[in-house]
Design a protein around this ligand. Structure first.
Ligand SMILES: C[S@@+](CC[C@H](N)C(=O)[O-])C[C@H]1O[C@@H](n2cnc3c(N)ncnc32)[C@H](O)[C@@H]1O
Length: 184
């Protein structure tokens, strides 16, 4: 697979992205149904912080990212014998089993090339029981130089609503899009 070289260069320079605080993580979990299972996939996991956090909250978790440098850093951060957390280089199209209760995508969605095909694939992976959560920056809170690469909540929710019922939760600098299979 062709690597998105700019991500590798960023990670080689030691770049990382804002992590969720303990409170934000608790708020995320409270957005989920109480009876949701514990199989988690994070798409575009970067160095794996959200996976480590979800593991510590009782989830069995897989992180995927197209940057092999990010995945190497993520791999180095965990005990290789731990069967409940793992990382792999790739995108969502390399995942074939419908095996996840929760799929997250934090600060990644704006960079996904063909969003419609991506969302269709995610909708197939979560089926009728799972939850898909996109966490993206609130465009209104971004500095002017970052606004051009961000998406408005209206655009994201309109794209998501082709496949999901969407609940939008605004949390200071971030917007959470909590998606379930659309009930016809
Ligand atoms: C802004 S970073 C966010 C990383 C991580 N989610 C975090 O919050 O720290 C975006 C990440 O998305 C990854 N990425 C970009 N396009 C991707 C795709 N189509 N599939 C999987 N990962 C992708 C990049 O390699 C990069 O690690």
């Amino acid at each position: 697979m062709q690597q998105p070289i700019e991500w590798n260069q960023a990670y080689e320079r030691g770049k990382d992205y804002a992590t969720l605080t303990t409170l934000q993580l608790t708020e995320l979990i409270h957005m989920l149904p109480d009876d949701l299972g514990k199989r988690h996939l994070d798409i575009g996991c970067g160095t794996g912080q959200l996976n480590r956090d979800m593991f510590h909250r009782g989830y069995q978790t897989i992180g995927i990212d197209t940057s092999d440098i990010a995945i190497k850093t993520a791999d180095d951060s965990i005990d290789a014998n731990n069967q409940l957390i793992c990382f792999q280089v790739g995108d969502v199209f390399g995942i074939n089993e419908r095996q996840f209760d929760l799929i997250t995508c934090k600060y990644v969605y704006t960079f996904i090339d063909n969003k419609d095909i991506f969302l269709k694939k995610v909708s197939e992976l979560i089926g009728d029981w799972g939850v898909f959560v996109i966490i993206d920056p609130n465009i209104l809170m971004l500095s002017d130089d970052k606004k051009p690469i961000a998406l408005t909540a209206e655009d994201v929710s309109s794209q998501l609503s082709r496949y999901f019922d969407v609940k939008i939760v605004n949390k200071s600098k971030d917007v959470y899009y909590v998606c379930r299979e659309r009930i016809a």
